[in-house]
Design a protein around this ligand. Structure first.
Ligand code: NAD
Length: 506
């Protein structure tokens, strides 16, 4: 499927049947992959469907063994895999390693917790059905189609892949066209870690958006998508035609609030990382800061010092790497220009910071709240900071976004109280991104940030359907409710019982 290459080749987009994966720091072609046609996508889903039955029937304990073997395999090959992530996505090698181990943590958690989280649950049948037992069983869906982005090409799709597999589904994964080699390495690693296991439990289909669209139409039992909001909406519209359920993990415009009682140095350190790591190409990266007046000068001074010292590059000591997707560079440039035009002052960098492949860090203070840099996802190494009069103003502005993915709060005493008022799927208090590294916590957004949850118990349940089973244990004499033999007396008894049970709430 893949031909390793080291030479420079023309851009891939012109070749419909092949996809060249490019090192974003150098432009070198890493590998060439064939692009799957819709017919090939359908065939891959069919093969996965056959494998799904075997995988489902193994049960939780057996599946756990295979998934944990995969965990060990990934750790044994972590150096090699990190090198590939570094080469194809551009992030520094150590960041690639961190991404990999965070993904591994999720596989291990899902493998170990699926049995308990998805165990059959007895429920009370209620007075009317007292002669019944009732149980909810969680069944795997069958084949899950996963469509992934390039910014965290292992960690992000793994939030769907590991949880779908642990719940007993087969997975067909369409990696981003920018990180296809990483996606294929991931699926190959599952197979290589488990030589005794039948093929096609976790496979990939490669290509651009058209291949993803073919996967949505292929008859999979659910689509788990991570990527931009615009693509998420297109996927949901296509999936609606066949009522294929969707899980959508989309974009964000995450805010950090720094309250007057915050540890300002710690806040500046963490927020600088949350904003600039991975060149700001993080769905839950910090893009906006609202800082209370009392500590604003100190915070701005601290963060300016830290961020001014950051150096993008491809070497081992670089703070962050190149922009992975060339088209994003223009968006970042436009947001910086728009912010400056709308009252913003660049206190670190400026328009000149945007280079051909790398963008040096940019910090803008007091840009108008309506500017693109405050409202739209920038997805680059930029940060806006606004000084606010109070925590309540900070909360109001943080919530004034169509997105609602994650958030950060720095406050010694009111962290939880502030977090509870934020319209977001997750909040990290006195740290950044903490929630993403805790597998038991569900992950996902509100509003235009998406639908559904990966990670944790909700993340396992996303890849199952509840099957409700009511069993009559014995017939109640004279109380045949669900029968044409129901007597007048039965209705009289039911009426009386209902009055006693529910007729007193006035
Ligand atoms: P994208 O939407 O351009 O592409 C994502 C995937 O969708 C790719 O594999 C692409 O080939 C595929 N695709 C494109 N058009 C399609 C279509 N019509 N039908 C089916 N599939 C299609 O996003 P991207 O640029 O790869 O990723 C960056 C975005 O992802 C950012 O907005 C970021 O915030 C978001 N993201 C969100 C999360 C999260 O968990 N919420 C995590 C990481 C990234």
């Amino acid at each position: 499927m893949s031909t390793p290459k080291t030479t420079k080749e023309p851009a891939p987009a012109q070749q419909a049947s092949a996809l060249a994966s490019v090192n974003p720091a150098t432009g070198d072609v890493i590998a060439v992959h064939s692009v799957q046609t819709p017919a090939e996508v359908n065939a891959a889903v069919e093969r996965a469907r056959e494998a799904a039955a075997t995988w489902r029937d193994l049960g939780f304990d057996e599946r756990k063994k295979y998934l944990l073997r995969w965990v060990t395999y990934l750790l044994d090959h972590a150096e090699q895999f990190s090198d590939l992530i570094h080469a194809e996505n551009g992030k520094p090698r150590d960041d690639a390693y961190l991404e990999l181990v965070l993904a591994v943590e999720h596989v291990a958690w899902a493998a170990k917790h699926a049995k308990k989280a998805l165990a059959p649950k007895k429920v009370k049948p209620g007075v009317l059905m007292a002669n019944f037992s009732a149980v909810v069983e969680q069944r795997p869906l069958g084949v899950v189609g996963v469509i992934g982005p390039w910014n965290y090409p292992v960690y992000t799709p793994m939030g769907s892949i590991a949880y779908a597999l642990a719940a007993g589904n087969a997975v067909v994964f369409k990696p981003s066209e920018y990180t296809t080699t990483v996606g294929n390495y991931l699926a190959d690693s599952f197979r290589l870690a488990n030589p005794g296991l039948r093929n096609n439990i976790f496979t990939t289909v490669n290509g651009y958006g058209e291949t993803g669209a073919a996967l949505v139409k292929s008859g999979v039992d659910k689509i788990a998508f991570t990527g931009s909001t615009a693509t998420g909406k297109r996927i949901m519209a296509t999936a609606a035609e066949s009522l294929t359920p969707v899980l959508l993990e989309c974009g964000g415009k995450d805010a950090a609030i720094v309250a007057a009682d915050a540890d300002v140095k710690a806040a500046a350190d963490a927020i600088a990382f949350g904003a600039m790591a991975n060149s700001g190409q993080t769905c839950v990266g910090v893009e906006r800061v609202y800082v209370e007046k009392a500590v604003a000068d100190e915070f701005i001074r601290e963060i300016r010092t830290i961020i001014s010292g950051l150096t993008p590059g491809e070497g081992p000591d670089s703070s962050y790497g190149p922009m992975t997707m060339p088209a994003q560079i223009d968006i970042v440039r436009k947001h910086i220009a728009d912010a400056i035009e709308h009252g913003g002052t660049a206190i670190v960098g400026g328009l000149d910071s945007v280079k051909e492949r790398f963008i040096e860090p940019v910090v803008i203070v007091d840009a108008d709240e309506s500017s693109a840099a405050v409202q739209e996802e920038t997805f680059g190494p930029t940060l806006t900071i606004r000084t606010v009069k109070s925590v309540s103003e900070a909360i109001r502005l943080a919530n004034a976004s169509k997105y609602g993915l994650a958030s950060t709060v720095y406050s010694k005493k009111q962290g939880l109280e502030i977090a509870r008022q934020l319209r977001a799927g997750a909040t990290s208090i006195n740290s950044v991104l903490g929630f993403a590294a805790i597998p038991a916590l569900p992950f996902g957004g509100v509003g235009e940030s998406g639908i559904g949850r990966i990670h944790g118990e909700p993340g396992l349940k996303e890849f199952t359907r509840p099957h409700a089973i009511a069993s009559q244990r014995f017939a109640l004499p004279g109380m045949a409710l669900l029968s044409f033999k129901r007597s007048k007396m039965t209705t009289v008894i039911v009426k009386k019982a209902m009055k006693v049970l529910h007729g007193r709430y006035k």
